[in-house]
Design a protein around this ligand. Sequence first.
Ligand SMILES: [Zn+2]
Length: 478
Amino acid sequence: MKKDAWDWISDNEKMIIDASDKIWNLAELGLVEEKSSKYLANILEEHGFTVEMGVADMPTAFVASYGKGDPTIGFMGEYDALPGLSQKPVPYQDPIEEGAPGHGCGHNIHGVTGVMGAIATKVVMEKHGLKGTLKFFGTPAEETYSGKVFMVRAGCFNGVDAVFSHHPGRFNVAGLGSSLAMNSAKFHFYGTAAHAAATAYVGRSALDAIELMNVGVNFMREHVVQEARVHYVIEAGGMQPNVVPDYARSWYYIRAPEREQVNQIYDWVLQIAEGAALMTQTKLKVEFIEGLCNELPSKGLSELVIANMREIGAPEYSDEEMTFAKEMAKTVTKEAKSELLRATKRPGWEQLVEDNIHIDREIHDPWDKGIIWPGSTDTSDVSWIAPTMEFSTATTTLEAAGHDWQWTACCGMSIGHKSLIFATKVMAGSAVELVTKPDLLKKIKDEHAERMTGKRYICPIPEDIKPPLEMAREKASK
Ligand SMILES: [Zn+2]
């Protein structure tokens, strides 16, 4: 039956690639992906799915459903771009529009593998009269505002038995690692403006509060778990030196392996901020932006996805594509490539450097069991609700780190397209197996239930916090 899904994908290759290129060209930022989300929702509607647009208080979030009854298989798709990463599909840096957004994380492909994977699975279910429900989740703003967490909080994923998601990457693998839980918050300090030379004594500097808070946090670092990551930027720090700043603002990310650790560190950071306000006689306002959980892996889904990858086989590349990869590799030094690959912990990475390999064609068994990767993703919150697998396929060259122009370029040309088709087949093949093999699905669900023993999902975003639509619109307008 999987063959029917794969044939449909092969027959519709052009349509699938066109959809990915369309999103790549739109390159809309998080929470304002209006055209991208509508475009994908329309494709699903045309293929017999029922679409509910604007779920979880986000106009660009949607759920598309097909069929009824058990099992319910979920597919996720992202479509938000990154600021400043506009780039033509060429192997040297050349933006389409200077400073404009671009798909430097390949979410144009992310969205389309999910949409087309769901449709290909539906084609099989229809042809063979299979029972079950398919749900595609259009999940906005992965990069900045964690759209999925709001969707989890709104109950969108309730009743789903397993969820697939594909992320472009440098390797063909379905990992077993975890990620860091996180909070994101802005700290607004309000002081009193004054002439900085003549009457500074009547002023109260909001910038002083920001600086003291940062000092406090930097002294805190030694006394939190080693894997914790705390980073900040100063978004506003006054206008010019001769005016005591009456307003200043910083933006913090606080990450740690366990949700509880984030809560503890965050509480400490709040106390430091209050302390800074006291010391400077300024007023503090805390704006909570987002919070998310650490990821729970699924061994069962990983095995299923990798078996499908091996059955399909990794893409082959033309001489033209290899030349493209070789040209692009010149933009990164050998030392930088070594560091990038060392960080991935991919077994045998040294050989990839030694042999000047630019695209990894291997299909790997996961090498990251028990590893906590130093990033965070809103896919994690979904993994607390149902067994979830976000697998990756080799979409870019090994020399590109991600969130860079190289990724935008690869995700808009044929190297990315091949990965897109491959991943769509993997997604559909795996989903068809879950629809047709209840025992396998049960085993995967049992594993998840075991991982959840003693745990309960508490949404890290407080109930009164809504998706930051205003902030997103303001950012996009710049
Ligand atoms: Zn991404």
